[in-house]
Design a binder for this molecule. Structure first.
Ligand SMILES: C[C@@H](N)C(=O)N[C@H](C)C(=O)O
Ligand SMILES: [Zn+2]
Length: 265
């Protein structure tokens, strides 16, 4: 029998605010790309696995045509959903927590080719921002871009001490869905790179919240806490982005150093 999400562990997660935790992460995140990297950590050699082969559902968003706001396949994208093997195992564990509720994870993206990262950071996001504010340039433009899109690597040469999160195989973009069915309502589409996607946006949104907003808030809470319990850190500007072992994770959790640099691909 399928359990209601209002009961048991997910029921608890739905009622537990994430405001404080996300605010703390937000304060810690700046400068995460300068966080120490343990380049000789044995984990640096952890294998990459395709998540579908590990029983985790998903489709690479950038390699699909059903991917608003893009509605087109992104040049350089790949169909794979590759992640470090120990992290894939943790996602399997998350699925065992979700299964009694008839839920599972749905992955949008994991390891990302540097060409895709460079495109969004260097072209797509600056173009989008300048459409709204043509005067935006230089450091101010970069700061706005990097709220949502991490700096890539010029010429594709990834710095082993400062890789973009999705180049490490330790960052994953995902949501919750009914097993084999529809995704739960999270209040924004994936890659809506505006404030609506900030993880705690709905925690503080308004005094009189719509039922839609409450549902999205509670679903975000479920996702946040179930991933937190598996050791993942959330990127505070995006409800879908989680990582473990990379620099953003290290910065947010207070780990001395990251142990996942560029993925062995
Ligand atoms: C925008 C989103 N899909 C994303 O992946 N953002 C993070 C911060 C990144 O670029 O690594
Ligand atoms: Zn991401």
């Amino acid at each position: 029998m399928i359990q209601s999400v209002t009961q048991g562990v997910l029921g608890t997660y739905r009622t537990q605010s994430i405001a404080e935790r996300v605010a703390r992460a937000e304060a810690l995140r700046p400068g995460y790309r300068d966080h120490p990297m343990d380049v000789s950590a044995p984990a640096q050699r952890d294998a990459m696995v395709d998540l579908r082969a590990s029983g985790i559902a998903g489709e690479n968003y950038y390699h699909s045509l059903h991917n608003p706001p893009y509605h087109t396949k992104i040049d350089g994208s790949v169909p794979d959903l590759l992640l470090r093997a120990p992290l894939a195992e943790r996602l399997q564990t998350v699925n065992t927590v979700l299964a009694p509720y008839g839920l599972e994870l749905w992955v949008f993206d994991a390891w990302r080719p540097i060409a895709v990262q460079n495109y969004f950071h260097d072209h797509w996001m600056p173009t989008h921002l300048r459409r709204h504010d043509p005067s935006l340039e230089g450091a101010a433009l970069q700061a706005e871009v990097e709220k949502y899109w991490a700096r890539g690597a010029p010429g594709g040469m990834i710095d082993p001490t400062s890789p973009p999160p999705h180049a490490t195989g330790a960052a994953v973009d995902l949501t919750l869905r009914r097993i084999g069915g529809d995704a739960l309502f999270m209040g924004s589409v994936f890659d809506d790179v505006t404030e609506i996607s900030n993880t705690a946006h709905l925690e503080t949104a308004s005094d009189v919240m719509s039922f839609s907003a409450i549902e999205a808030r509670d679903n975000r809470r479920m996702l946040f806490w179930v991933m937190d319990a598996a050791g993942f850190a959330n990127n505070p500007t995006e409800w879908w982005h989680f990582s473990l072992g990379d620099q953003m994770w290290a910065r947010i959790t207070g780990a001395e150093a990251a142990y996942y640099g560029p993925a062995p691909i």
